[in-house]
Design a protein around this ligand. Structure first.
Ligand SMILES: O=c1ccn([C@H]2C[C@H](O)[C@@H](COP(=O)(O)O)O2)c(=O)[nH]1
Length: 525
């Protein structure tokens, strides 16, 4: 005869995030998603459950929950309540169910750390040691996989045991959750399915922030200022990759740098934190502007490529092109020779465009590969000298007295080599915060005038200079208005968008309380 074990279950001990869990004396664990855990607790007696906790998202909490379940093998039933719109948006509870249904596989987190990825219905099933329990249903296969992450330190065999030993009960209403808990408690208490298991918990400190890999835009007044911003962007968000030279670099792809106001004669900071000085730049400019005879085995110079390599002086061609047709969109110089693939050591600077708009001459240069720490400042100064030269030559050859517009570089592989990472970090520590000491209120995306008009908030979008009205937004809900503004002007600066959020919230409070709203004024207490 089989005797039901009538001794009470071992108490549930939440080793991880204990303050986030309501504890009872039973053995069923309830995951309430976005439903407040106390609401569920109120509908039960403490002996009905071992623990009740919330799960907001599939990213952090699942791993901690699985660790707690492995440390509490007396738990056999997991009631998972996904009752709200927030649960459906965030997908945490669905992802937890997916862990039991579809399993997991080795993968990587956003920052490249090894981890277990929870499988979803959209992926291959039945392979390896994480074969799924149930066949896919046709409507499930249409659902995109919710990405869930489990710490790599947790052994796959332990996760597999959990999948086999713990029964998930997915429910969508509070009533169903209560009924499921009572049904679980009808079965006699079973013995723990194993011994408590613990795995090391390392809190990773990723050095790379999330951010797009392709197509960043950085703007600064001088080459020095732009360089500090470039180094900060690559160092914080660049992808770590092996280089072709036995090391690593941090890289962004298609990094656009716009220097708006480099002075004639160049700005060198005092003390000079750039990796080049005036004498070096004097020599370097000659390598860009002047021809050099071709010698077997000697590396190309940019001047040689521009002045003679293709049997013509491309700089002079561009000058003549613009003198004849100032609006030309074909003032192009090319440094890349199709033969370069065969020889190696090919030029990093490949292409230069010059463009005249509204009496302003801009120059855009494209690099296939750019060492942003050691080489970019000199590259930029050399190109600025070329831009000056072309402007001056056009002035000599015609009546056009053009102003010097921005210098733009586009670096396809914009990288910082590992041997300069320490210097890059020091540069950021010393110089980056300084750039932000005096706030710059001039957002090229324009100004936004916030007012309370009748029973609504009105936001008027104007141009930055003469203040022409370009758009109006009206409404009562600050978040909705902010979203409309960001949708309409996605280039609005992040600090400006944050400021607008604060102002809109203040305006909304004034609408409710009857206080008078005035932009940039504190609310009276
Ligand atoms: O004007 C130059 C010349 C070279 N480099 C850098 C880019 C690469 O880090 C390296 C050239 O390596 P290869 O791509 O040629 O292997 O030098 C520049 O940044 N600017």
């Amino acid at each position: 005869m089989i005797m039901a074990d009538i001794s009470p279950p071992a108490p549930y001990i939440p080793h991880y995030k204990p303050n986030q869990v309501l504890r009872g004396s039973g053995s069923v664990v309830i995951v309430t998603g976005w439903t407040v855990r106390h609401t569920v607790a109120k509908a039960l007696n403490p002996q009905d459950y071992g623990a009740i906790g919330q799960l907001y998202s599939p990213t952090r909490g699942i791993s901690l929950l699985l660790r707690n379940l492995l440390a509490n093998p007396q738990v056999r039933d997991l009631v998972i309540l996904s009752a709200t719109k927030e649960d459906r948006n965030a997908g945490g509870c669905q992802c937890l169910l997916d862990f039991f249904t579809w399993g997991f596989e080795a993968g990587f987190s956003d920052t490249g750390a090894a981890c277990w990825l929870i499988r979803g219905p959209g992926e291959a099933i039945g392979t390896g040691d994480t074969a799924t329990r149930e066949p896919r249903t046709p409507d499930e296969t249409d659902r995109p996989t919710i990405r869930g992450y489990i710490d790599a330190e947790i052994a796959a065999t332990a996760l597999e045991q959990l999948r086999q030993q713990v029964r998930p009960h997915g429910v969508t209403t509070l009533g169903e959750a209560i009924a499921a808990v009572h049904a679980c408690n009808q079965s006699p208490t079973a013995a723990p399915w194993g011994s408590p298991q613990f795995f090391p918990l390392t809190e990773p400190t990723p050095t790379v922030f999330p951010g797009p890999r392709y197509g960043h835009r950085i703007e600064g007044k001088t080459i020095a200022e732009t360089w500090v911003r470039l180094i900060h962007r690559i160092k914080t968000t660049g992808t770590l990759r092996p280089t072709g030279y036995d090391g690593q670099w941090q890289e962004l792809i298609d990094l656009v740098a716009i220097v708006t106001a480099e002075p004639e004669g160049f700005y060198f900071p005092e003390p000079n934190y750039l990796p080049c000085d005036r004498p070096f730049i004097q020599d370097y400019i000659a390598q860009i502007l002047e021809d050099a005879p071709y010698r077997e085995g000697v590396k190309y110079t940019y001047g040689q490529r521009l002045r003679s390599w293709f049997g013509r002086d491309q700089i002079e061609q561009v000058v003549q092109k613009l003198v004849g047709e100032i609006d030309a969109a074909s003032a192009v110089m090319s440094l890349w020779d199709a033969k370069d693939h065969e020889t190696g050591g090919s030029p990093c600077l490949n292409h230069i465009w010059v463009r005249v708009v509204a009496g302003e001459l801009s120059l855009t240069a494209l690099f296939r590969s750019n060492d942003m720490f050691s080489a970019w400042p000199a590259n930029a100064m050399g190109l600025r000298a070329l831009q000056h030269h072309i402007r001056d030559r056009i002035a000599q050859e015609s009546d056009y007295d053009l102003t010097l517009g921005p210098l733009i570089t586009i670096s396809q592989s914009a990288h910082i080599y590992d041997d300069t990472w320490d210097n890059a970090d020091r540069l950021i520590a010393d110089q980056y915060a300084r750039l932000h000491e005096t706030p710059d209120f001039a957002d090229p995306a324009g100004n936004f005038l916030v007012e309370v008009e009748g029973a609504e908030i009105q936001v008027t979008h104007t141009t930055g200079g003469s203040g022409e009205v370009v758009q109006r937004y009206r409404g009562k809900q600050p978040l909705r208005l902010l979203r409309q503004i960001c949708q309409g002007s996605p280039m609005v600066r992040p600090d400006h968008a944050g400021y607008l959020g604060l102002e809109l919230q203040k305006a909304a409070i004034c609408l409710k309380t009857g206080q008078i709203y005035q932009q940039d004024r504190e609310l009276s207490q």
